[in-house]
Design a binder for this molecule. Structure first.
Ligand code: MIC
Ligand code: SF4
Length: 643
């Protein structure tokens, strides 16, 4: 039986387990990456493990999220990461060098290798044929220390691409179409593997746009083959030696199969506040636009920027629109500066931001009250832009640039006649200059790690007690995101290494009174609907609830990375055996789990007693033996110490 490409790469890296969908496997990790907003925590945890030097082929620490520096906190964190990296053998990408996923694709991605990153969009690396997975910082710390990464073996979905995109329709529209078909839950427990005749016409950055947003499907990762297009990209980056051809066997068998005809696609947008609320532009209509942001790890490559510049050239941004552009990397920005495209953007009235995440994570550029913002990023979750009343639409750079000129949502054809200006190819040679990557010090160095006052201790759980009890502190709907659980914006991101400070903001987009209630009651239990914790890999969405005394989350279902983060923090992720029982719990109910240890060990049926109604509710803990042991120990750090 022929094998999918993802299967072959996982098999090559398999350490333990059986590669049957749903069973727990562990794989060897070749490369890791962190960024600054999850990195401080990951390195504090790495330090707590007491391993002197990383054991991966290469580990990278990027600074790209918290670069607004409106107080000393961010700069303190940067210094901590720079010094901890230097000491322990990690390459450090300085602020200004670009967004982790874009720089990683350009300079470090290797087909056929595994990459674990403390950022949910790590699957961007699938565009160059890697198995690239997002995880919590603690899992990445373990991988840096040479430990394998555990995951549940995903199903492999074949996404077959037919035909060729029309001009003005872009890679972003491809993934929006996949989101329309599969929804934000459709990828859970799956790897999306792209094949078909349509693949060859997509450049590596375009493929990376598609694999980047596989995260919004809830997928474990997404992957493209490594082919002649990959070879040319690597050669243009001066890294042809990293190329190997890789593809699925011609008779590969997949668990599921979806076909998308590229030639039939039209420009689309994901409407507020979910990446799968996808409609075509005519379906949405010519809504007036207040802001346009072009950039983020999804669409900030050289090609994206050159197409944007081609549309803007000789035009003026509409007087009612603020257009901001953040090129994804120093390489991209430098090339735009050299070839004049940057001048075309500036002349048109674009506001140029430094290479980083910027508006995507609410680090500045929040839209006006009730504003409409078109963005080329990957998430339009409620309040993520920093303006809760604003509506964010996710679009391609082409649609974004055209709409910025028109002042309303429209396709490129509405503002330029000659669409051939968009025929831009990946350059034969990129500007290669890694001078913003700082090499680590040699082994046995005496580098001093600098810790600013903003770096506070992180909470560690205690062993699971015999009885777990608490009130339902909050009952939530489906699709609660990590931006609800632990909001991130310009005011809060500086405190990613300060859990006590963050705790006053936990779940406030759902209920502003939640932190005070949790503190007054010394913690309790959360109840949620489907897909709880979708979105970011931030383990703050587990560490902060841990700090607030949350002992369990009872949900209809969980998003993958968040469920692992809860387990790593020793918080029980329980699912209703019968979804209808969700109705039997209300905020304020007193819950108790007697014999919790025996239940976690699987020795007793898992039930929770609602002391207000007297009813026993059946729940499930659908996790492996190893994860049960981690929960019994009170989280991964305790478990690692015990073992
Ligand atoms: C995001 O896009 O939400 C982030 C910010 O990149 C997060 C990481 C974080 O919360 O720091 C992610 O996607 O993992
Ligand atoms: Fe940064 Fe946004 Fe990408 Fe997250 S999704 S890594 S915040 S650009």
């Amino acid at each position: 039986m022929g094998r999918p490409l993802a299967y072959k790469i996982i098999e090559k890296h398999l350490v333990s387990g059986e590669m049957k969908p749903g069973s727990e496997i562990s794989i060897r990790i070749d490369y890791t990456l962190t960024q600054d907003s999850t990195g401080t925590m990951a390195y504090l945890q790495f330090e707590a493990m007491g391993i002197p030097r990383v054991k991966t082929k290469k580990s990278l620490a990027y600074i790209d999220h918290n670069i607004l520096q409106s107080g000393p906190e961010n700069a303190d964190d940067h210094k901590y990461i720079a010094t901890v990296a230097k000491k322990h053998g990690i390459y450090f990408s300085r602020p200004g060098n670009g967004i982790c996923h874009q720089v990683n694709l350009e300079r470090f991605g290797v087909p056929g290798a595994t990459l674990l990153g403390s950022d949910s969009h790590t699957p961007t690396g699938g565009g160059i044929g890697m198995i690239a997975i997002g995880a919590g910082g603690l899992d990445v710390a373990v991988a840096m220390g040479g430990g394998e990464y555990y995951l549940s073996m995903p199903k492999i979905v074949n996404l077959e691409l037919k035909g060729k995109l029309k001009n003005g329709v872009s890679a972003k529209d491809v993934i929006l179409e996949v989101l329309r078909i599969m929804s934000v839950k459709g990828g859970v427990g799956r790897i999306i593997e792209y094949t078909g005749e349509g693949v060859a016409a997509l450049s590596v950055p375009e493929r990376a746009t598609i694999t980047n947003m596989g995260t919004e499907l809830g997928a474990t990762t997404s992957i493209f083959p490594s082919d002649e297009v990959t070879r040319q990209f690597l050669a243009a980056q001066g890294r042809e030696q990293d190329y190997i051809p890789l593809s699925a066997d011609p008779d590969a068998e997949y668990d599921e199969h979806i076909v998308v005809d590229l030639s039939a696609l039209e420009p689309m947008a994901a409407c507020p506040h979910m990446p799968d609320r996808v409609k075509t532009l005519p379906e949405i209509g010519q809504i007036k636009v207040d802001q346009v942001c072009i950039g983020s790890c999804t669409n900030s490559s050289y090609l994206d920027m050159m197409r944007t510049a081609a549309i803007l050239k000789g035009k003026t941004v509409h007087e009612d629109v603020s257009l901001v552009i953040a090129p994804g990397s120093k390489q991209v920005l430098e090339m735009l500066a050299e070839n004049g495209a940057l001048a075309d953007m500036i002349a048109a009235g674009a506001r140029i931001l430094e290479c980083g995440c910027g508006p995507c994570i609410g680090m500045g550029q929040s839209p006006k009250t009730d504003g409409v913002s078109l963005r080329t990023s990957n998430r339009n979750f409620y309040a993520r832009s920093g303006t809760a009343s604003a509506g964010v639409y996710l679009v391609s750079p082409e649609t974004a640039a055209a709409s910025a000129i028109a002042g309303h949502l429209c396709g490129v054809g509405d503002v330029i006649d000659d669409l051939s200006v968009l025929d831009i190819e990946v350059p034969e040679i990129f500007n290669v200059n890694d001078n913003m990557i700082v090499e680590p010090a040699p082994e046995n160095n005496d580098v001093e790690i600098v810790r600013g006052p903003n770096i506070k201790e992180f909470p560690i759980n205690t062993r699971l007690p015999e009885t777990v009890s608490g009130n339902v502190l909050l009952k939530m709907e489906d699709n609660i995101t990590t931006d609800h659980i632990m909001p991130s914006n310009a005011k809060l991101l500086p405190y990613r290494s300060n859990v006590p400070y963050l705790s006053d903001y936990c779940l406030t987009p759902v209920d502003p009174e939640f932190p005070a209630r949790a503190k007054a009651q010394n913690g309790g239990i959360l109840v949620a609907g489907q897909n709880y914790g979708q979105g970011s890999s931030r383990e703050h969405a587990a560490l902060v609830p841990l700090y607030l005394g949350i002992k369990a989350v009872v949900a209809k279902s969980f998003a993958r990375i968040h469920a692992s983060n809860l387990i790593n923090s020793g918080i029980l992720p329980l699912t209703f055996k019968n979804e209808a029982d969700y109705e039997k719990l209300s905020q304020g109910n007193a819950l108790v789990i007697e014999n919790a240890r025996a239940k976690v060990e699987g020795k007793l049926p898992f039930t929770i007693k609602n002391q207000d109604s007297g009813e026993e509710i059946e729940v499930e803990l659908g996790v492996s033996e190893r994860l049960r042991k981690i929960l019994l120990a009170g989280g991964l750090l305790n478990y690692t110490r015990e073992n």
